[in-house]
Each structure stands twice: as structure tokens, then as C-alpha cells.
Design a protein around this ligand. Structure first.
Ligand SMILES: *[C@@H]1O[C@H](CO)[C@@H](O)[C@H](O)[C@H]1NC(C)=O
Ligand SMILES: *[C@@H]1O[C@H](CO)[C@@H](O)[C@H](O)[C@H]1NC(C)=O
Ligand SMILES: *[C@@H]1O[C@H](CO)[C@@H](O)[C@H](O)[C@H]1NC(C)=O
Ligand SMILES: *[C@@H]1O[C@H](CO)[C@@H](O)[C@H](O)[C@H]1NC(C)=O
Length: 463
């Protein structure tokens, strides 16, 4: 029913002038654009957003491999979080419970060529620690932490875990949960860890990442500015800059980050938003919105993970469900609505990336590719209902006429909740849009029936 209604609504765009009362005024605030010209292409897709925080079961073969390969899984971030055994802070056996879990996850992730971020704060056991337990560098004594680094780095080497490895110095030291000591003690940990890793030639291929702050970059946040000053002073600049957007918006973060960067003369490095999206944004529409924004700024990203206990280490961060979601060992996995968005992003959006702009209000965003057969536009409206528009410019660059009728196929990436299986996108039909001036504009209806649906728009390129 919902899809019937939508295809009726989809027939409206041709009537934009005839039925002005049914459509809001179209302007830059509610319109996203795609420039299809050859000069504005942005290289082959690398699926920058297809990383996942945790989400691999303790028995790493439990989720069948095709669920990883079908979505272009390419970045892991692991450390045995929320295991009953509390890590290094509870002794060597608890340490090995978490290290072994990390090793088993690493082996699984590497099967798909994923880079793997290890989380030393997890292997330390910060989720079992509190103000009264021991933390690295307490009272100026780093002996225990140095032993920890020797143990962990030694085990990473001994277990052949250096390929594709990223060492994420300490998770969210600014967030209050995973670091219970001062900013100054954290900055000392940063320099000490960096220098320890870089003085070991066996580890020269291992990337160091950070600061993985919970707070987004801001020139008024002294966790950011003091860190920037310190890494310049000590020459401990990481290989990858990282932070979290939960919530957050990279369109806001990037200018702020660039101010910090220029103020402290920090070199360009890859940026990884190694936790993105809140739980309510983890819907099909939210996935498309995040993919669009990460791709625009060429940022790597890993989905945040809002499940708890063993479920945190299963379900690929709320992309999968299974017949019995309370069964730790259960089989019978299926993808949810969001999973289909990642599948389409990886398998179907081939060719070259086009230049896009978000709607001015930031609510809807688009990611577009030009393939040899079709051009494809993935679209997500973030947690709102209403009508937005997409303008496709420079159609003639695809060998199409500068005026005529453009037949656009719509796919609906339906969403049935975090644990709701969805077999695949629904076919919402083909509609012919009349256009001239080498440009076409069409509306996107985010109705209550399609509250969380993402959209795929496809049309054939000319010969
Ligand atoms: C169309 O393509 C030309 C050439 O690349 C470019 O300069 C222009 O900005 C594009 N137009 C739009 C509206 O994107
Ligand atoms: C960790 O793995 C090693 C090697 O497989 C094994 O000998 C050890 O018992 C494991 N330790 C724990 C705590 O699981
Ligand atoms: C802190 O953690 C330790 C070790 O788990 C525990 O014994 C202690 O009761 C905790 N203290 C507080 C104040 O929660
Ligand atoms: C995406 O590509 C797959 C594999 O080529 C194909 O089976 C599927 O029909 C395509 N999906 C859509 C929505 O075009």
C-alpha cells in the first residue's frame, strides 16, 4: 500500500507548476544537487563508510562470511569490550580473555582485507574499572602501563597481527567513561605510547590513530587544542586523525578541524570518524545520509554500536538480525533495512563518484555514482518527514540530450527496525521526468509510511 501511494506521489513532479499547493517552494535550503560533468568526478568508490565498531561474534565463524563480503566490510575496531573478564586491570588471565577475543576477531576481519583498529583501552578493561582502580601513569608511575604495552605489543607481534593494524591510542579520554584521570595524564599517555611504538622497528608498518575523542573538533575545546599543541611539541602526530560523531555532523566538524589544523600547522592525514551515528540514526535513511556526508569529505567511517553485552559483539553493529535475537549462539542471520543500503552502496554504486551538495538545511543528502550502464543516486533524509528535492545538473555529460524526458527508477530501502529483517529494496517504479536546460529537478517524499526509508534513484546513461 505504501509503495502504491508513493508511486502516485512520484507522479507529481511533472505537475510542479500545475499543483503548487501540494509542493513546498523549492530552494537551495531543501534541494540537494548532483553535478554529472566529467570534470567533477571524484574517483572510484572505496566504500569509505563501510566500517563497523565491534559486531563480530566471539565465535568469529558464527556470522556466515557472505554477510561481510556482500556489504564490502572494510574496517574493524575491536578489543573484547564488555566481556565478563575485565582485561589487564584484573590480571593476566582476564587480559588474555580480551586479547584472544581481539585476535580471533582480527583473523575474521582480515579475511575480507579489512584494516583492523585495536582498542587498548578495552584490553586494559576500562569497562570494569572505576575511579578507585589503577590507571596508566597514576601518581607519575608508568611501570604498570609500560608492562602492559610490552605485553600487548609483544602479543600482537607473536600472533602475527601487524598487517593492516591500526593502534588507537586510547578511546574517548575526554568522554568520562573510558578515562578517569586528568587531561594532563592522558597527554602524557599519548606521547609515551607513540614513542614506545615508533621506537620499535618491527612496528613501523602499524598505524597510530587518535585522539578518538567523544567531543567533535572545536577551537574552543581544550582537549582538542592542548592535544594539537602537544603532538606538535613532541612530534607525535598520528597516522590517522580520529573522532566520534554520536551525534555529530562532519559538515560542521571539518571546518572546525581545519581551523585547529592550520592554527597548529598539522599535516594532512586520513581522517576516520571511527564511531558515527546515534542509535536512532541507524535506520536505512540515516545510513544513506551518513554515507553521503562521509563520501563528500573523503572520510573513513565506522558505524557506532549501541547494543550491549554479547549483542555488542554480534550483528555487525545493528546491520543484522537472526531468528532468535536472544540466542547467543543462534544461527539464521538476515540483513535488516540498513544492511541493504550498504549492499547497494558496495555492489551497485560502481563507476566514478560525482560531486554532490547536501540540501542547505542539512536534512537530506545524496551520494551519486556514474557507471557505464547507469547513474545512481542514494538519498537519505535524517529523522524527519517532509518534501525535499534533488537537482541533477549537466545531464549531457552522460550522453543524454539537454532536454527531453528522463526515466528514473526508484528503489525504496525499507526499514523494519534494528532487528527487522528486510529481504531487499522495493521497486517503486519508473517515472518519466520532463526537463530542459540540461538539468532536472524531482521531489523526494519522506512520508509517515516511509519514515525511515532510504531511496535509490537510477537512470540509464546515454550511448
Ligand atoms: C556543469 O559542468 C561544468 C563543467 O564541469 C561546471 O563548470 C558547472 O559548474 C556544472 N554545472 C552545474 C550546475 O553543476
Ligand atoms: C588464549 O589463547 C591461547 C592460544 O590459543 C591459549 O593457550 C590460552 O589458553 C587462551 N587464554 C584464554 C584466557 O582464553
Ligand atoms: C571499583 O572497581 C573495583 C574492582 O572491580 C571494585 O572492587 C570496587 O568496589 C569499585 N569501586 C567503586 C567505588 O565502584
Ligand atoms: C544490485 O546489484 C546486484 C548484483 O549485481 C543485483 O543482483 C541487484 O539486482 C542490484 N540491485 C538493484 C537495486 O539494482
Amino acid at each position: 500500500m505504501a509503495s502504491k501511494l508513493l508511486s502516485l506521489l512520484a507522479a507529481l513532479p511533472i505537475c510542479i507548476n500545475a499543483a503548487p499547493n501540494l509542493l513546498p517552494r523549492q530552494d537551495s535550503g531543501n534541494t540537494a544537487t548532483v553535478d554529472l560533468s566529467v570534470g567533477a568526478r571524484r574517483g572510484a568508490p572505496q566504500n569509505l563508510a563501510s566500517g563497523v565498531l565491534y559486531g563480530i561474534p566471539d565465535d568469529p565463524t558464527q556470522i556466515p562470511d557472505n554477510f561481510y563480503s556482500d556489504m564490502g566490510y572494510n574496517y574493524a575496531r575491536i578489543g573484547g569490550a564488555q566481556l565478563a573478564e575485565g582485561g589487564w586491570s584484573e590480571g593476566i588471565d582476564a587480559y588474555y580473555a580480551r586479547f584472544n577475543n581481539t585476535r580471533d576477531n582480527y583473523i575474521q576481519a582480515r579475511k575480507f582485507g579489512a584494516k583492523v583498529i585495536v582498542l587498548p583501552h578495552d584490553i586494559w578493561g576500562t569497562d570494569h574499572a572505576n575511579d578507585s582502580t589503577v590507571w596508566p601513569g597514576d601518581n607519575g608511575d608508568w611501570t604498570n602501563y609500560d608492562q602492559y604495552l610490552d605485553q600487548l605489543l609483544g602479543d600482537l607481534k607473536a600472533n602475527d597481527m601487524l598487517d593492516g593494524l591500526v593502534y588507537d591510542t586510547w578511546n574517548e579520554p575526554d568522554g568520562g567513561y573510558f578515562w578517569k584521570r586528568s587531561q594532563a595524564q592522558y597527554l602524557d599517555l599519548w606521547s609515551r605510547t607513540y614513542q614506545r611504538i615508533r621506537q620499535d622497528s618491527d612496528l613501523s608498518g602499524v598505524w597510530i590513530s587518535g585522539p578518538s575523542y567523544a567531543g567533535t573538533p572545536n577551537t574552543g575545546n581544550d582537549w582538542w587544542t592542548n592535544w594539537a599543541a602537544r603532538i606538535v611539541a613532541d612530534n607525535t602526530i598520528p597516522d590517522q586523525y580520529t573522532w566520534h560523531d554520536e551525534p555529530g555532523d562532519v559538515a560542521v566538524d571539518i571546518p572546525q578541524w581545519q581551523s585547529i589544523q592550520s592554527q597548529y600547522s598539522l599535516p594532512n592525514k586520513e581522517i576516520n570518524i571511527n564511531e558515527y551515528a546515534t542509535f536512532d540514526q541507524q535506520i536505512s535513511a540515516g545510513a544513506a545520509w551518513w554515507i553521503s556526508r562521509l563520501e563528500r569529505y573523503n572520510l573513513r567511517g565506522l558505524r557506532g554500536n549501541w547494543l550491549s553485552g554479547w549483542q555488542l559483539r554480534d550483528f555487525l553493529a545493528s546491520l543484522l538480525t537472526k531468528t532468535d535475537t536472544n540466542d547467543y549462539t543462534g544461527t539464521g542471520y538476515a540483513g535488516n533495512g540498513e544492511y541493504n543500503v550498504y549492499k547497494y552502496y558496495y555492489n551497485n554504486m560502481t563507476g566514478e563518484r560525482a560531486t554532490t551538495t547536501s540540501t542547505g538545511d542539512g536534512v537530506m543528502d545524496v551520494y551519486a555514482t556514474v557507471g557505464t550502464d547507469k547513474a545512481r543516486v542514494l538519498t537519505g533524509v535524517l529523522n524527519q518527514q517532509g518534501t525535499w528535492f534533488i537537482t541533477l545538473n549537466n545531464l549531457s555529460a552522460l550522453g543524454l540530450s539537454t532536454s527531453g524526458v528522463l526515466n528514473i527508477q526508484t528503489w525504496g530501502f525499507d526499514d523494519a527496525g534494528h532487528f527487522g529483517a528486510v529481504a531487499g529494496p522495493s521497486d517503486r517504479g519508473v517515472y518519466g521526468h520532463q526537463y530542459d536546460g540540461d538539468t532536472v529537478t524531482f521531489p523526494v517524499y519522506q512520508t509517515s509510511q516511509d519514515e525511515n526509508t532510504a531511496w535509490g534513484f537510477e537512470f540509464a546513461v546515454g550511448g
